[in-house]
Design a protein around this ligand. Structure first.
Ligand SMILES: Cc1ncc(COP(=O)(O)O)c(C=O)c1O
Length: 345
């Protein structure tokens, strides 16, 4: 199987497994796991933040951050197709009691005027009637827009605008290192625009689990309580953290290869009759496309029968490159989609 349905399909390498097996461990819940503590220090430096928390997943980073930044009844502004809005099982409403308001975006981005008009919209009624907008969440790269990168200058303008209106700003950095690879800007530069930010190790970085949420010491102290409340306080988590440290040491430079392969894939797909590629020059590692006359879900099944894993995102097909897909896999993926597009059994 060519595993292009998601970069989460990447498997730990032998070297990563060896690093995990040999990890020094302790009780993470008590702050005594040396491997977790090393990872937290490393991410604090990378993101230029004071403090950090190890969590099992990116979804839990978003949830803990939203809970720590808000009070029940608050409004949280997000781009309308953000992962938080579309793919986190309603956790923000369920566990934080907040109201998500989706902003219209283009490639996952919006400008400061769109932000301000939405903030004004939440304040149409008298202050005692209107739910307060207290948090803005940004996503970098933007998953459902094909891994689009939000350029630093305009992300900073929007984040500064939100902060000037008294909102906190949170960055969903599931693929932040893909953005830094694509743009040449640093993770610390993006994170400096925001009050909290996190990195996921299970996407292009290839670890089996783990994400780190970072922010000020005060924010992380509050977030630690919700990590515990949501069941995210762990024990010998150093085994997982060692995989994340290994990923930071060995898998970051490979993200550029993933991006080049996504561009190769997009070019190969675009040359097939009946295939429309929504992002013909992908900025990072995600390609979105449609096959004329084929329903996306049926197309996923037909490709899977031929040994190609893809996913359906609404009416589109999504292919995500990562360290377990090589050039031969990309070439074969193009052949399989061509066969399906031609309607051959
Ligand atoms: C943009 C974005 N945010 C958050 C998540 C959630 O991460 P996790 O799968 O680690 O919970 C994902 C996962 O695909 C994502 O793409």
């Amino acid at each position: 199987m060519i595993p292009l349905s998601s970069d989460t399909e990447s498997r730990p390498t032998e070297a990563m497994r060896a690093a995990m097996a040999g990890a020094e461990v302790g009780d993470e819940q008590k702050g005594e796991d040396p491997s977790v503590n090393r990872l937290l220090q490393r991410v604090c430096t990378l993101l230029g933040k004071e403090a950090a928390l190890f969590l099992p997943s990116g979804t839990m980073c978003n949830l803990v951050a939203i809970k720590a930044h808000t009070r029940p009844g608050d409004v949280v502004l997000v781009e309308r197709d953000a992962h938080i809005a579309r793919a986190e099982a309603g956790g923000a409403a369920l566990a934080a009691g907040v109201q998500l308001e989706g902003l219209a975006g283009d490639a996952g981005r919006f400008d400061v005027d769109t932000l301000f008009s939405r903030i004004a919209g939440t304040r149409l009624a008298p202050a005692t009637h209107a739910p307060p907008a207290t948090l803005l969440c940004l996503e970098q790269t933007h998953n459902y827009s094909g891994g689009a990168v939000w350029p630093l200058a305009s992300l900073r303008e929007v984040a500064d605008g939100a902060r000037a209106q008294g909102l906190a700003v949170h960055l969903d950095g599931a693929r932040l290192l893909n953005a830094t690879t694509a743009s040449g800007d640093t993770a610390a530069e993006f994170a400096a625009c925001t009050d909290s930010a996190w990195l996921d190790f299970t996407k292009g970085l290839g670890a089996p689990l783990g994400a780190v949420l970072a922010g000020s010491a005060g924010f992380i102290a509050i977030a630690r309580r919700y990590k515990h409340a949501f069941g995210g306080a762990l024990r010998q988590a150093g085994i997982a953290a060692a995989g994340c440290l290994h990923a930071l040491d060995h898998h970051v430079t490979g993200l550029a290869d993933d991006h080049r392969r996504a561009r190769d894939l997009a070019a190969g797909l675009a040359a097939i009759e009946g295939v429309h590629v929504a992002n013909p020059v992908p900025q990072s590692n995600i390609v979105l496309f449609e096959v004329a006359g084929h329903d996306a879900a049926a197309c996923v099944d037909a490709c899977r029968q031929r040994g190609l894993g893809l996913s359906a995102v609404g009416p589109r097909l999504r292919a995500v490159t990562h360290l377990d897909v090589d050039d031969a896999g990309i070439a074969r993926a193009v052949e399989v989609v061509a066969e399906v597009a031609r309607g051959r059994a």
